[in-house]
Design a protein around this ligand. Structure first.
Ligand SMILES: [Zn+2]
Ligand SMILES: [Zn+2]
Length: 141
């Protein structure tokens, strides 16, 4: 008989393995937390993530997880925001604020540009050798 058990990612208790990585009690708890957050957000459109956490007893970290997973939508709650992963500025979607996203994009683009320049230089060098050979060929004719 194989021991199909694991430690719950949330409470650490041993449980029968499932796709959630959580024991049944924690799955139930999380569902309850999720429902509480949803309800509070519906009834308190102007609340902030701190207020939501204080009122529901759900940790800010867990609320952020719900939002990132797309389970909780904050488009109707203008004061709801969480921290940019890079600079901690308040954001309302994704993992990064606008300036950080632009910066990261530039950095990635910069790397791509360097690569492109390198290729162009190599191509040019090859071309030069080519031209010399071509000229040589012309002369020899
Ligand atoms: Zn658990
Ligand atoms: Zn940022």
């Amino acid at each position: 008989m194989s021991l199909n058990v694991a430690n719950c990612n949330r409470c650490g208790k041993v449980y029968m393995k499932n796709n959630y990585g959580l024991c049944p009690a924690c799955i139930r708890d999380l569902e309850a937390e999720y429902e509480k957050c949803l309800k509070f957000l519906r009834e308190h459109r102007q609340c902030t993530i701190q207020e939501l956490s204080e009122e529901t007893g759900v940790s800010v970290k867990q609320i952020m997880k719900f939002i990132r997973e797309g389970r909780i939508s904050i488009k109707n709650n203008p004061n709801m925001a969480y921290n940019c992963e890079s600079c901690s500025a308040p954001i309302r979607e994704g993992n990064l604020c606008e300036p950080c996203r632009t910066r990261f994009q530039k950095e990635t683009a910069g790397l791509a540009e360097d690569e492109q320049k390198k290729r162009e230089r190599e191509a040019k060098e090859k071309n030069i050798t080519y031209n010399i050979k071509d000229r040589f060929k012309d002369w020899s004719n």
